[in-house]
Write a protein that binds this ligand. Structure first.
Ligand SMILES: [Zn+2]
Length: 342
């Protein structure tokens, strides 16, 4: 049992004993004669009934609260973990959430953001990654588009971490994951932010710009994905959600190919052949290309054509299905990766 719950039950029991025989009422009685003591055993006093009812009510209230607030007893921060102030470089962690996306970014000084959350059944991996890195609050939770493999764990994150802003699309969808997200947002202090292309957000010394969606209407929901470009000193990274070739082209047209050049590319749509056009790759020219997908997934991600394009552009391809969580560190001059190359 959680220590808080034990303390709660102990307080309930203490109140009960104070009101009934073991408390002040019985102390008064014990000063009476033996006759009075005898009668105490024979009759149930109103105080006993009141005490029993109050005790039962407190227990029921505690049980109901505990089960309707399953995370109430969970600590919000990870005591003993590295503190935020320990970070002197920018960290990007592409969390292994199986078939889905979830990327943690921590700026020097400790301000943190999360892009997508993976499916709900993988949220514990995201929680662990945040806590292992000493993150107890997120300045931004970015939800690129409302598909389950991107927002599935969002409600769980909102329940466990302080989130200042949820940066999301206005598009509502009819799914349990989306309903859970909206409920969790209404119960949290997080503000909903619906960005426009070109909007900039500060994360410590880093800054990211929202490049897409450029339009509100796409046939494929994946194409409405938010595309972000993060800059920290001389280093940069592009995050594409599940955006395909149409939005990739729109971003180049709107911002210019030269403004997209980045050290790191989170490869679109888990390495699907519908994303990562040659034109987009030539604009970004990434040193590191990261693909987030599950081993032996049903979609055949990543596609062989995409892998070939990444090799041809000279990118080091890193995959969560091969390497697990992929962490890249920027010292402001360049990104480095110290794990095994998949
Ligand atoms: Zn996806």
């Amino acid at each position: 049992m959680h220590p808080l719950l034990e303390i709660y039950f102990f307080i309930c029991y203490y109140i009960y004993t104070e009101i009934t025989d073991n408390g002040t009422m019985s102390k008064k009685s014990s000063k009476n004669t033996g006759k009075a003591g005898k009668s105490r055993k024979l009759f149930i006093k109103p105080a006993d009934i009141f005490g029993a009812v109050l005790f039962a009510a407190l227990i029921i209230f505690g049980a109901v609260y505990y089960y309707t607030h399953p995370n109430a007893a969970l600590p919000k921060s990870n005591i003993g973990a590295k503190t935020s102030a320990d970070f002197d470089s920018l960290l990007i962690s592409f969390i292994d959430v199986g078939q889905g996306d979830s990327t943690l970014i921590i700026a020097p000084g400790g301000e943190a953001m999360l892009i997508d959350t993976g499916m709900r059944d993988k949220f514990s991996r995201v929680v662990k990654e945040l806590r292992d890195n000493g993150v107890s609050e997120l300045k931004y939770l970015v939800l690129t588009h409302p598909h389950d493999d991107h927002i599935g764990g969002a409600s769980e994150i909102l329940e466990r971490f302080e989130v200042s802003e949820v940066i999301m699309l206005k598009t509502a969808v009819d799914s349990p994951a989306y309903s859970n997200l909206i409920r969790a947002m209404s119960e949290s202090d997080a503000a909903a932010v619906y960005p426009l292309p070109g909007d900039k957000f500060a994360l410590g010394e880093a800054e990211f710009t929202v490049l897409a969606p450029q339009s509100a209407n796409y046939e494929d929901m994946n194409d409405s994905s938010m595309i972000l470009r993060l800059v920290y000193k001389d280093t940069s990274a592009v995050f594409t959600g599940d955006a395909g070739e149409i939005p990739e082209g729109e971003v180049i047209d709107a911002f210019g190919a030269s403004s997209l050049k980045s050290d790191v590319l989170k490869v679109g749509h888990h390495g699907s052949s519908s994303s990562t056009s040659v034109r987009f790759l030539q604009a970004v020219q990434p040193d590191f290309a990261v693909i987030s997908c599950e081993k032996n997934n049903d979609y055949g991600h990543p596609h062989g054509i995409t892998l070939r394009k990444l090799t041809d552009i000279g990118a080091e391809t890193l995959r969560t299905d091969i390497s697990g969580t992929v962490t890249l560190i920027s010292d402001g001059k360049e990104f480095s990766y110290d794990g095994a190359i998949g």
